[in-house]
Structure formats: structure tokens, C-alpha cells
Design a protein around this ligand. Structure first.
Ligand code: FNR
Length: 369
């Protein structure tokens, strides 16, 4: 359909499914094992209900914010998703260009289809970008990659910690990875790929499963970028991250692609915020808590913010947006979210994000099923 018939992010997913080759759809849409967590990511947002306030003069509403010191037009960033060229010949550059135009921050994946420098070069002057890091068994390769990123102006380093081994995405495994334009130019120095276990497995064997808390000081020593651990799921680990001196965590289950029957980021949010409050007042300007997984509506984002999140990551929805429509599709996704933010902010009675408070949601059903 023409782009002006797209009215929400779900529509973009339906169009992506229709236009993508089966192998690309399998790689993008799949989750781990029985895909219970991937469904939970969506379902959990539907168990949080709003407690809207009225008569608050909402003629002007503003949902712009700051993420890790960088201006963002909305409390949403583009989370790293590998292999953009499986969906569109311009791959990740669709995201970069749309993000630059709309003041949204893109997290660049280690396993992008476009080269790291291409993605940096496609950004506008001053456009903030983050980097997602898979840590190589050869730390020298990782050191060079991180320091190059810092030199090229990347504003924050998101170290993925929920993938010592990639999950079994069985839809993807049935497709067998073969070489085509979706092949990752693996930045990170690995070339010996196995092609019989699906795309995910084929591109990931360089990732170091020995990564541990002991490595955090080394990362601190090689970069001055803020360090965020992507894929924290318990209050215990949230406190360890805080005490390790990193600048934030992402409550994420990797879009349901890793450990199946793990909770959604949203479900993990209240207990983790409660744990962090034992270390001091919340929000904490020196420690950010992000959430991702299943976000398709501005109302989802506002629920996470009300429960204490700093901002929210979106993976698949922005990726699906470029499959059929390229950069324009991603811009459309941003516009749709902006329209939804305006309406939802008015309807819940918040003029800016500091007025999104815990009392605006009822999360008492969040942990029941
Ligand atoms: C991902 N994600 C991911 N995360 C990461 O740290 N490194 C990566 O290379 C990738 N690659 C990737 C590919 C694809 C196709 C998907 C769908 C996801 C996870 C991503 O950053 C994010 O955590 C989830 O996508 C969030 O869930 P939603 O928004 O896709 O539901």
C-alpha cells in the first residue's frame, strides 16, 4: 500500500512480512525457542493501565528529552538490529538518515550490513549516535573498534551482555544462511562462519562467552564514552552494574531472541527501580535505565517512563519500516509516534515528560497472567 495508508507501526510490520524474502522475515521476526518471551514483550504492556489526570491545560505538550546527555526529539532511540541489508539495499543508512532529519538517536550495531564508517558518514553534523558492542574473543580488535568509534564521535557504548551465545531462533535455523547481500561485513574481525545454522549463528561465533564483571574496568580504561550494559534482567545485576560504575543498563531480553521464558523488560522495571532506590533518589542523573522489547505505541513508551525508565528502545518496528519504504518508511514511523505522543500526553494530562509520574499508571496486574 502507499505510505499514506499506513496508520500505525503494526501496519509497517504487516507490509514488511508481505515484501520480505522468507529468509529475511525469518531472521528479523524470529525469537528464541518457543517464542514465549517475544509474545510476553507485547502482552506485558497491555497489563499496565493509565490513571489519567484531567483539566490541566494541555494545549501545549512536549515529549522531547535528553538521553545520556544528548538531545532527542522523543524518549525513544533506535536499538541496534543486525543485518539491515536483508531488508533494504541501503540497510542501516535508512535509519541514520531518518534519525538525522527527526532528531532521533540511532544505536549502531556491531553486526551492521553497512560498514561502521559508512553509517557515521551518513549522519548529519552533530547528529548523536550510539554504538552497540559485541565483545570479540580478541580484545585487541574490540579495543581498536571502540577507540575508533570514540574518535568518530560516537556518544555512548552499549555492551550487549545477554548474548554469550546466540539463542536458537528456530524459524531462522530452518532457513540456512547463504551468502547474499545480507551478509554482515563483520567489522569485528571474524571471517570463519558456519553457514548451516541460520543467519544468527553464522555471524556470531566471534562473540566472547568468557566476558565477566571483571572486564568492566578494562572497558572503562579504553574509553571515556558512557558505558551501558544492554540486557540486564534482575535487581541483583542492576545493582552490580550500578556498583561497577557504569552509566546505565538496558532492561532487555534482546527482542525475545535469547533466553526464552525470561520476563519482559517492562516486567523487570519496577523491581529494578525499587532496588536502585536503595542506592539513592530516583531518577538519578548519573545512571539511566532503558527498556526495550515489544514497543509499538507511544502509550507503551509512556508506561515505561511512568514506571521509572529514562527512555525506551525500539528494534523491529523501525527495521520493518524501511523494508518496503526505505528512509521514508522510517520517517513515517517517527511521525506516527509523534502523533501518538501528542495525543497520549494530552489524554493523560502531562505537559512534559517530568509530569509522567508513577501515579499515572496502575501496574498492579503487570505480574499476573
Ligand atoms: C536485534 N537485537 C540486537 N541486539 C544487540 O545487542 N545486537 C544485535 O546485533 C542485535 N540484532 C538484532 C537483530 C534483529 C533482527 C532484532 C529483531 C533484534 C535486539 C535489539 O537491539 C532490541 O533489544 C530488540 O529488538 C527490542 O525488541 P523489539 O523492539 O524488536 O520488539
Amino acid at each position: 500500500p502507499p505510505l499514506d495508508e499506513i496508520i500505525n507501526l503494526h501496519d509497517l510490520e504487516a507490509v514488511a512480512k508481505a515484501v520480505l524474502p522468507p529468509k529475511a522475515w525469518a531472521y528479523y521476526s524470529s525469537g528464541g525457542d518457543d517464542e514465549i518471551t517475544i509474545r510476553e514483550n507485547r502482552a506485558s504492556f497491555q497489563r499496565v493501565w493509565f490513571r489519567p489526570r484531567v483539566l490541566r491545560d494541555v494545549s501545549r505538550v512536549d515529549w522531547s528529552t535528553t538521553i545520556l546527555g544528548q538531545k532527542s526529539s522523543m524518549p525513544v532511540y533506535i536499538s541496534a538490529t543486525a543485518l539491515g541489508k536483508l531488508g533494504h539495499p541501503d540497510g542501516e543508512l535508512n535509519l541514520t538518515r531518518a534519525a538525522g532529519k527527526h532528531g532521533v538517536i540511532q544505536m549502531i550495531p556491531t553486526l551492521a550490513s553497512c560498514s561502521f564508517d559508512e553509517i557515521i558518514d551518513a549522519a548529519q553534523p552533530g547528529q548523536p549516535q550510539f554504538l552497540q558492542l559485541y565483545v570479540n574473543r580478541d580484545r585487541e580488535i574490540t579495543r581498536r573498534y571502540v577507540q575508533h568509534a570514540q574518535k568518530r564521535g560516537v556518544k555512548a557504548l552499549f555492551i550487549t551482555v545477554d548474548a554469550p551465545q546466540l539463542g536458537r531462533r528456530e524459524k531462522d535455523m530452518r532457513m540456512k544462511a547463504v551468502d547474499d547481500n545480507g551478509t554482515a561485513k563483520v567489522q569485528d574481525g571474524q571471517s570463519d562462519v558456519k553457514k548451516d545454522q541460520g543467519v544468527s549463528r553464522a555471524i556470531s561465533s566471534f562473540i566472547d562467552p568468557s566476558l565477566s564483571w571483571k572486564d568492566i574496568p578494562w572497558f572503562r580504561s579504553i574509553t571515556t564514552m558512557p558505558i551501558i550494559l544492554k540486557g540486564v534482567a534482575t535487581p541483583e545485576d542492576a545493582l552490580m552494574a550500578y556498583d561497577a560504575g557504569v552509566q546505565g543498563i538496558v532492561l532487555s531480553n534482546h527482542g525475545g531472541r535469547q533466553l526464552d521464558t525470561s520476563f519482559s523488560g517492562l516486567e523487570n522495571l519496577p523491581p529494578i527501580i525499587a532496588a536502585l532506590k536503595t542506592r539513592g533518589p530516583w531518577p538519578n542523573p548519573n545512571f539511566s535505565v532503558f527498556v526495550d522489547g515489544g514497543v509499538r505505541r507511544a502509550s507503551d513508551v509512556l508506561k515505561a517512563l511512568a514506571l521509572g525508565a529514562t527512555a525506551v528502545g525500539v528494534g523491529r518496528a523501525f527495521m520493518y519500516a524501511f523494508c518496503a519504504y526505505g528512509q521514508e518508511g522510517v520517517e513515517k514511523a517517527f511521525q506516527l509516534l509523534n502523533d501518538e505522543f501528542e495525543m497520549n500526553m494530552r489524554l493523560i494530562g502531562a505537559r512534559n515528560l517530568s509530569e509522567i509520574v508513577p501515579e499515572m499508571v496502575d501496574a498492579s496486574a503487570l505480574h499476573s497472567r
